[in-house]
Design a protein around this ligand. Structure first.
Ligand code: 5GP
Length: 214
């Protein structure tokens, strides 16, 4: 156990990207629930809520006009159009968490993750969740019956393009077993928090150690 004060650790932006139907939501929600120094970035979106989704918990559901205004006022760290709907990551809560030395998890698409990475550099960590196969992904998408056949086809085609870009990610997790994939994700978060560059307080500690008489 370390006795370092939590506030001295530099927060990180953890971006978890996966094609739909790969279990990303379950993995990311559990990671946030298990770590009180990690906050989910709640995106704004112009799409309609799905059954069971709540405004302010899953997304901030906004009108096209509200979204356009937020964008105009530069309130998004990044925004993108995905399958005809607009999505954006509100800048305010992200910056507040980082200032407290806490971290933010982004459940965003590939293009959004790359945009954040461009701005945040080493403060961002990119994780990609792989489905065991496209056939399994297709099965899961059909089973949840949220999308039309055309949208499912679009999602599968997009998944293929994204998977081909796997080398742009810092970590790739295979979600063929939820508990193992979760354990991999949690270990990545823990190790990233421990990185020397995120813990500048270690420098002072080392200086004190070196001053000790032996
Ligand atoms: P869904 O409509 O299924 O909830 O999300 C569609 C896609 O948009 C998913 O890949 C999701 O991760 C992505 N997404 C959600 N919020 C944001 C955001 O704020 N920015 C970007 N770039 N993508 C987002």
């Amino acid at each position: 156990m370390s006795n370092k004060p939590a506030h001295k650790t530099r927060g990180l932006l953890l971006m978890v990207v996966a094609p739909s139907g790969v279990g990303k939501t379950s993995l990311t929600r559990r990671l946030v629930a298990d770590h009180n120094d990690l906050h989910l970035s709640i995106s704004a979106t112009t799409r309609d809520p799905r059954p069971g989704e709540h405004d302010g918990r899953d997304y901030h559901f906004v009108s096209q006009e509200q979204f356009a205004l937020m964008k105009l006022k530069d309130e998004f760290l990044e925004s993108a159009e995905v399958y005809g709907n607009h999505y954006g990551s509100p800048r305010g809560p992200i910056m507040e968490a980082l200032e407290r030395g806490e971290s933010v998890l982004f459940d965003i698409d590939f293009q959004g993750a790359m945009k954040v990475h461009k701005q945040a550099g080493a403060d961002s960590v990119l994780v990609y969740i792989l489905p065991p196969s496209l056939a399994e992904m297709s099965r899961r998408l059909h089973a949840r019956s949220q999308d039309s056949e055309a949208v499912i086809h679009q999602r599968l085609a997009r998944a293929k393009d994204e998977v081909a870009a796997w080398e742009q990610f810092d970590y790739v997790i295979l979600n063929d077993d939820f508990d193992r994939a979760y354990s991999d994700l949690a270990h990545i978060y823990h190790a990233e928090r421990q990185k020397r560059a995120r813990n500048p307080w270690i420098g002072d500690l080392v200086q004190d150690l070196l001053k000790e008489e032996i």
